[in-house]
Design a protein around this ligand. Structure first.
Ligand SMILES: [Zn+2]
Length: 133
């Protein structure tokens, strides 16, 4: 199954080859490119060797096309993008901005459809209030 990932702002495609491409930023650093796996629950990532990602370090995730900030409103810890499946059905995918925090959620208009990662229980309350009112 091949899913596409899109920016919620410009709807540009973030998935290239077998990776999802992000710009990551933090205070005092101009930013870099981070590649994530398109498989939900796979927490492997790649970045250029010129910058180091420390365990537990948190970054802001931005669209590499329009620079939109993917932060989920109401929390400092989560980012969101659009996932489009083969049937062109769209979901929101939410994930942690913190290295080593393993939680990913696939969310439809009405509920959290799937959750991944051992830290997934941490944000369930927050997500239910930010996505379903
Ligand atoms: Zn964008």
């Amino acid at each position: 199954m091949k899913n596409d990932f899109l920016c919620p702002n410009c709807r540009g495609y973030l998935s290239v080859g077998d990776r999802i491409v992000f710009t990551i930023k933090k205070k005092g650093w101009s930013g870099g490119i981070l590649l994530l796996s398109p498989l939900l629950g796979d927490y492997s990532y790649e970045n250029h060797s010129s910058y180091k990602i420390d365990p537990g370090e948190k970054f802001e995730f931005h669209c590499p096309i329009c620079d939109f900030d993917f932060s989920v409103k109401g929390t400092d810890n989560l980012a969101r993008i659009i996932m489009m499946d083969e049937a062109k059905k769209e979901f929101t995918v939410v994930f942690s901005k913190r290295e080593g925090e393993r939680c990913t959620y696939k969310i439809s208009d009405i509920k959290i459809e799937e959750e991944y990662g051992e830290h997934a229980p941490r944000n369930l309350d927050l997500l239910s209030t930010s996505f379903f009112k």
